[in-house]
Design a protein around this ligand. Structure first.
Ligand code: IPD
Ligand code: CA
Ligand code: CA
Length: 278
């Protein structure tokens, strides 16, 4: 079914469900803040899971099951649940920024997005450190704590503040974003590394950052934040400005004004092969 086949009332209802889910998950994250006893590695250095990730996911799934029991879900810690019907798939990241969270670095979020026919259509993100609730749905606008938000009007890369991230596979591939980070650090006012893709995207939507790019991501990292940026007046594409595909894990999201300039750099940068250890 085409995303447009769902009415604004349907999307509003899905947005309220997503908001309830991230608020429930976010409350769990607040509960465990600074009180973790079970921090485990998922394999790659820095790729961690804690009892807070699992408990938050349980709360998020309980809300989704209560309101939309037949809908399919893709959740980071539980995997694929149910068969997609009506082209709907919920993408759940119960704790985006787990590494930050384990260090009590207050930059993380609970993120729930709804994909309709693979396209991000609804998203809610809760930042438990600041009590920020970010919400957006196709055609309904974007808000932070119910106040409308919009992207910045920074017009050039030279005047922009950017953010990016580095996937957990960064030691295994020359496509590790190191070269892009170096180049863009020179070409902009700065490149931050937030450590939570969903909050990076929310901050672009708020106009606090002008652009974000990253590779190696999963649908649960991106689904909600993409809707926020688009509904806040920004642009989301692949690195080469072709249409964004959530499964690619590769995203360029900006205020729209610096999309072309940033894209030009991303498609032309050569990898820094020497940073791959032997
Ligand atoms: C990670 C964060 C980080 C990004 C990683 C993601 P997680 O999510 O969003 O900013 O650079 O690629 O996997 O593991 O903390 O949910
Ligand atoms: Ca994540
Ligand atoms: Ca996570």
């Amino acid at each position: 079914m085409n995303p447009m086949s769902y009415t604004p009332d349907d999307l509003q209802r899905f947005l309220d469900i997503a908001s309830e889910a991230v608020s429930a998950g976010g409350a769990v994250l607040q509960h465990y803040w600074g009180n973790l006893s079970d921090i485990r590695s998922k394999g790659r250095p820095g790729d961690l899971v804690t009892e807070a990730d699992k408990a938050a996911e349980k709360e998020v799934l309980a809300v989704l099951r209560r309101h939309v029991p037949t809908h399919a879900i893709l959740a980071e810690e539980s995997g694929s649940l149910g068969e997609p019907t009506g082209g709907l798939l919920w993408a759940v990241d119960p704790l985006d920024g787990t590494t930050n969270y384990t260090h009590q670095y207050p930059f993380c979020g609970c993120s729930v997005g709804l994909l309709i026919e693979g396209k991000p259509a609804v998203g809610a993100i809760f930042d438990p450190a600041r009590n920020h609730l970010f919400r957006a749905a196709k055609g309904l606008g974007a808000t932070c704590n119910r106040e409308p938000i919009s992207v910045s009007d920074t017009a050039t890369l030279a005047n922009s503040l950017l953010v990016t991230g580095f996937g957990y596979d960064r030691r295994e591939t020359i496509d590790n974003n190191y070269a892009e980070f170096c180049h863009l650090t020179h070409l902009s006012q700065g490149v931050r590394r937030g450590g939570a893709a969903s909050i990076d995207l929310a901050y672009v939507a708020c106009g606090w950052l002008d652009g974000y790019w990253e590779r190696g991501l999963s649908p649960w990292d991106l689904a909600a934040g993409v809707v926020l940026v688009e509904e806040a007046g920004g642009q989301v594409t692949a690195y080469d400005q072709s249409p964004f595909v959530v499964e690619s894990g590769r995203i360029l999201a900006t205020n729209g004004k610096i999309q072309a300039e940033l894209s030009e750099v991303l498609v032309s940068v050569k990898p820094l092969a020497r940073f791959i250890p032997d």
